[in-house]
Design a protein around this ligand. Structure first.
Ligand code: B16
Ligand code: MG
Length: 214
């Protein structure tokens, strides 16, 4: 039986992928190339540094490590400007309700995100108070599919990994949960998230009954 729920942020609680895309696209355009929204799918759940490296590869552009840092900072400034206008209206359907349901049932809740901007986003959408622990890109050194972010989340709420379930929209995130010995619920399509124990289109389709059946 499950004692803690760990949630990814982008793609599970909010859809910040569209802001990431706008900011990365602007950067690519300044460098003289473009990439599609379809390519952008490959950046979901991927860290900032790694995302930049992938984009530079797509544009056949080579940059030194120092130059990459400047570019990543530039992108982040545009991104931060965009997310500063986010409101609770951008919470994905059912996310807030499911967090409240979990807490009312006595389950612990944690955030497990690759983003270094997760605190800003949670504050903008007014959800910080619904998490017992927040583990994000500032607190981890290994990216998903390494389980570090979720194991730290489990530890922070004092629950053993096999009593945790992770909610994730990215393949690497599902793998990370499995690598950590946790249950994984995919948010999206079962054709894509094949390693998940269960897949639902969104948290609005989730319930305590489904959680108990895991
Ligand atoms: P930042 P998640 C991820 O969030 C995003 O899906 C990914 O596109 C982004 O590059 C990464 O966070 C890092 O974000 O630049 O804000 O540190 O899905 O792990 O919540
Ligand atoms: Mg995600």
């Amino acid at each position: 039986n499950i004692k803690a729920c760990i949630f990814d942020l982008d793609g599970v609680i909010v859809d910040t992928a569209v802001y990431h895309y706008k900011a990365w696209k602007r950067l690519a355009n300044e460098l003289g190339f473009d990439f599609t929204e379809e390519d952008n799918e490959k950046l979901k759940g991927v860290s900032r540094v790694r995302s930049l490296q992938l984009i530079l590869e797509w544009g056949h552009v080579t940059k030194t490590e120092a130059e990459q840092e400047v570019l990543a900072t530039k992108k982040n400034e545009w991104y931060v400007e965009m997310i500063s206008h986010m409101t609770p209206a951008e919470i994905l359907p059912g996310a807030k309700e499911f967090l409240e349901t979990c807490r009312a049932a006595g389950l612990k809740t944690a955030l497990g995100s690759a983003s270094k901007n997760s605190m800003t986003i949670l504050e903008k959408i007014n959800l910080t108070h619904l998490f017992d622990a927040i583990i994000d890109g500032n607190k981890v050194s290994k990216a998903k599919p390494d389980p570090e972010v979720f194991l730290k989340g489990a530890e922070a709420v004092n629950v053993k990994p096999d009593k945790c379930v992770v909610f994730e929209d990215a393949i690497a995130g599902i793998e990370a949960a499995k690598n950590g010995g946790m249950k994984a619920v995919g948010i999206g399509s079962p054709q894509v998230l094949t390693e998940a124990d269960m897949v639902v289109p969104g948290l609005n389709e989730m319930s305590l009954e489904k959680l108990r059946a895991l």
